[in-house]
Write a protein that binds this ligand. Structure first.
Ligand SMILES: [Zn+2]
Length: 237
């Protein structure tokens, strides 16, 4: 590992500076907003901000600048961008909005991605030490390109199996910290499960493709809640 990377890595393993994570995230957020119109509903917006604020406050990164966007799309989706932006579609609200715990579970999963710096980890994995060049010599053009690629990746593919499951554990932990019943973070997944079995639903297809199997996610969190699954070593106590 080059010296600069070693210096930046500390002991967390993620060495991308927050400034770069944030800048690429801002460009990604802009790219998303160019593709998807905002759903302007002040009541839902306020609700989301208050709920998100409570959840973020009990996360590992409470002081980060979280923002919440509702975008117009019949596609069921929610995703987190490394600048702290959390997006939910109107299609997702149709399902998760029925139950306050279900929506809290969805938001907590997305906040988990940001709190655990999954965006920075993804950037690091994609660009490797090439990022150091941008850190040292300036990164605007390359960051803009990466942001475009990243917005596509997180909307279409999610963060990958391991980080998705970790975000599910974050969701369970945050909701328990807020006093929700232990399995509250599973509410949304339990709404999805029968819909998924009901056959092809195009609105759900993208969400299901970008996350591990819903059944597997439920069992994973259930094992964690039952104490038979140990959290990853780097999870704070
Ligand atoms: Zn996710």
């Amino acid at each position: 590992m080059p010296a600069l990377a070693l210096l930046l890595a500390g002991c967390s393993g993620v060495w991308v500076p927050e400034k770069i994570e944030n800048r690429v995230g801002e460009l990604t957020t802009r790219a998303v907003l160019e593709q998807m119109p905002l759903h302007k509903d002040p009541a839902w917006q306020t609700y989301l901000e208050k709920l998100g604020g409570k959840i973020a406050a009990v996360s590992e990164r409470p002081a980060y600048h979280y923002r919440y966007y509702i975008v117009e799309s019949s596609t069921v989706n929610a995703f987190a961008v490394p600048d702290g932006s959390v997006f939910v579609t109107t299609g997702l609200l149709k399902y998760a909005g029925q139950d306050p715990a279900a929506l809290a579970g969805v938001l907590a999963h997305e906040i988990g991605h940001i709190a655990r710096r999954h965006g920075a980890e993804t950037l690091q994995a994609k660009l490797g030490y090439g990022l150091i060049t941008f850190i040292v010599f300036g990164f605007e053009n390359s960051a803009a390109k990466q942001a475009g690629a990243m917005s596509t990746q997180i909307m279409e593919l999610g963060y990958g199996r391991e980080m998705e499951l970790e975000a599910d554990l974050c969701s369970a932990r945050y909701l328990v910290r807020l006093g929700y019943p232990p399995d509250a973070s599973l509410k949304f997944l339990r709404i999805l499960l029968p819909l998924q079995k009901g056959g092809e639903d195009l609105a759900l297809a993208k969400y299901l493709r970008s996350h591990p199997q819903t059944g597997e996610r439920i069992s994973y969190v259930e094992s964690y809640l039952a104490g038979s699954l140990k959290p990853p070593g780097n999870m704070p106590k």
